[in-house]
Design a binder for this molecule. Structure first.
Ligand code: 6CS
Length: 343
């Protein structure tokens, strides 16, 4: 057990005594951890959720941004143990726990068109009906999944084709399918938790990594890499969960407060990121004018796109029938979303 987990356990024990002594209907403090800073996408979502819960109930939401309770794997452990009531974790890290969640790393599966993408997250049967069952098996109530923005690579040298990634040690989240994907892109994938990435780039242990534009800007990736390359291969997906025992133990009224707060925060965060990618890339250019930002052409993207079937096959091999069912449902959902938005 980590030190942060022990001290949090002490706080929880003290809170439990108060609840027992005063009755369970008391206003409670709900602890909510996420993988980013307060002014990054997950933090903006969390703040909106907190605002809604506190406006519509007597409960308080205590927010724990990245770094306050450890890495992503630590906050998931704490949420499963019931020390945290809520955790926001990206499938990039949930893949070890729920292999099917790796589906978000099949390249070129999600559309680049924002309307189609947002509609997919709103209406997807895979996300809203199938994934909750898989998360429940891990003691988690999946409340929502939402996108955070188009993922681009940052490297030391320009990347125009998979050959340019040869010999490049490329950091990926700790997710076997993401490893497969970057191997197929020609790189040497190196899984690392987020806290180690800046230092590893600075010391040359790795030479590249990928993340959405806002994160490249806010975490100053441009200080330790020289080139941004966007190939349209993915949009960063994340998920908000509650500890399932906690959630199931709530009254209907409190569950409704949570669902309503999630709905408001979900729509808010989609609107928030409408122009975020372009604005973030512009800010990077302003902070470091000689940063190269290359948006690859359709022609240049082709060899990257051609890797998709092999990565899909690797996903099915890792996850069997259950993964294949989710992948097929996602494809159906994506078609429906494209149709509904005129794509
Ligand atoms: O690359 C990562 O590990 C991190 N990227 C984002 C956009 N959010 C949190 C995650 O830890």
């Amino acid at each position: 057990m980590t030190k942060s987990m022990r001290s949090l356990l002490g706080t929880v024990a003290a809170a439990a005594i108060v609840v027992t002594a005063t009755g369970a209907a008391q206003a409670e403090t709900w602890r909510y951890a996420f993988e980013e800073a307060l002014d990054e996408v997950q933090g903006i979502f969390a703040q909106k959720f907190k605002e809604e819960v506190e406006a519509n109930s007597d409960h308080t939401v205590q927010l724990f941004p990245f770094g306050t309770l450890g890495e992503s794997a630590d906050i998931m452990e704490q949420a499963q143990a019931g020390i945290l009531q809520f955790v926001n974790q990206s499938p990039g890290f949930t893949g070890a726990l729920i292999p099917e969640a790796q589906v978000f790393f099949v390249p070129y599966l999600l559309p680049q068109d924002q309307d189609a993408l947002f509609e997919f997250f709103r209406s997807s049967v895979a996300i809203n009906e199938m994934f909750p069952e898989l998360y429940a098996e891990q003691g988690l109530e999946l409340l929502t999944m939402y996108p955070e923005g188009e993922v681009c690579m940052t490297t030391q040298e320009p990347v125009r084709s998979p050959e340019d990634l040869d010999e490049v040690k490329f950091r990926v989240m700790t997710n076997p399918l993401l490893v497969e994907s970057y191997r197929a892109f020609g790189a040497t994938p190196t899984p690392l938790p987020w806290g180690e990435v800046y230092g590893a780039l600075q010391t040359g242990i790795i030479q590249g990594q990928e993340n959405p534009g806002f994160f490249l800007e806010s975490t100053k990736m441009y200080e330790v890499t020289d080139v941004i390359t966007c190939i349209g291969h993915n949009n960063f997906t994340t998920a908000l969960m509650a500890n399932k025992d906690f959630y199931d133990g709530l009254g209907e009224e409190d569950q409704q407060v949570i669902q309503d707060a999630v709905d408001v925060a979900f729509e808010y965060i989609l609107e928030y990121q409408r122009d975020l990618q372009e604005e973030s890339l512009a800010k990077i250019k302003e902070a470091k004018p000689d940063m190269q930002i290359n948006i690859l052409s359709e022609e240049e993207r082709k060899p990257f796109m051609e890797t998709a079937p092999a990565v899909e096959a690797a996903f099915i091999e890792m996850t069997g029938d259950s993964g294949e069912e989710i992948l097929n449902q996602m494809k159906t959902d994506l078609e429906a979303a494209a149709e509904a938005t005129g794509g």
